[in-house]
Design a protein around this ligand. Structure first.
Ligand SMILES: [Zn+2]
Ligand SMILES: [Zn+2]
Length: 270
């Protein structure tokens, strides 16, 4: 019996003798089954060929990313605050070095995840650090492996600490979640996942229902995501992938990008 990991998206499945026939996350229109077919690995095999790399994004905030790239090439963010460490989003590989480093930094107080493309091996991270996993209840159907550590939350926001709030943005997934951190400098930081997608120039963001299949959201849905973020001040945005780092003007960029998107959906450029 072993845990199986989907090679295409990194989702983990309960212990079994044989790999699952399908990965529900990949079969959904918001991901894809590779043209070569669904393929699987195990945590042990992955730890033998890959490792996690660390990058400090700013004081108190580090990115953790598996190298060479695995699955969707997700990154997780480790946010260190006086009230404890929070892991934002998750990756499939949790190896001994990662456990040792995070233990040395004080462990984890909580894990919070933007949407099912980052559920990966959250169950193993939670077990390793005895930490609860906060997921929005609207996405519960995408949990592929049960865990007693999962805490489903509802409504539009969940306060994790005086400096950290989870905000439901919706859009890409019904429970699509972002994390607002008041920030070490008090200017506000948004951890956006791909609920708000940072573009290559880091001066726009975009909004999609399916990125791999390039299926957009409606104007009303984009407006709704932007409205849900409007009350939260933030200068910096950290997106789903490496280099998706907006260093200033984040709140204005989200508002402007949402309006631009809605204008484009409304008809030909004026
Ligand atoms: Zn998958
Ligand atoms: Zn996604």
């Amino acid at each position: 019996m072993t845990i199986f990991l989907c090679r295409a998206c990194g989702t983990s499945f309960d212990e079994a003798d044989e790999a699952p026939e399908i990965c529900p996350i990949c079969s959904d229109e918001r991901q894809y089954v590779p043209a070569s077919g669904q393929a699987w690995t195990t945590p042990e095999k992955l730890a033998g060929t890959h490792r996690n790399a660390w990058l400090q994004l700013e004081p108190g905030l580090m990115a953790i990313q598996t190298v060479p790239a695995f699955a969707i090439n997700q990154r997780a963010l480790l946010l260190r605050t006086p009230l404890g460490n929070v892991l934002w989003d998750c990756i499939a590989l949790i190896d001994d070095a990662t456990k040792t480093i995070i233990d040395a930094l004080g462990g984890l107080t909580a894990i919070a995840i933007s949407h099912p493309h980052y559920y990966t091996a959250m169950q193993d991270w939670a077990a390793a650090f005895d930490a609860p996993i906060y997921l929005h209840a609207a996405d519960r159907e995408w949990i592929c492996r049960p865990s007693d550590d999962i805490r489903l939350w509802e409504d539009d926001a969940l306060v994790l600490s005086s400096a950290i709030t989870l905000v439901r943005g919706g859009g890409h997934f019904a429970g699509g979640t972002m994390l607002h951190w008041s920030g070490g400098d008090g200017k506000g930081v948004l951890f956006a996942g791909d609920i708000v997608q940072v573009t290559p120039g880091a001066d726009h963001v975009s909004f999609m229902w399916s990125y791999p299949n390039m299926l957009p959201l409606s104007a009303a849905e984009v407006a709704d995501v932007a409205e849900r973020l409007a009350p939260w001040p933030f200068e910096r945005i950290y997106g789903a992938f490496s280099h998706q780092n907006v260093r200033q003007g984040g709140q204005e960029i989200v508002a402007r990008s949402a309006q631009r998107y809605i204008d484009r959906l409304s008809g030909p450029a004026q």
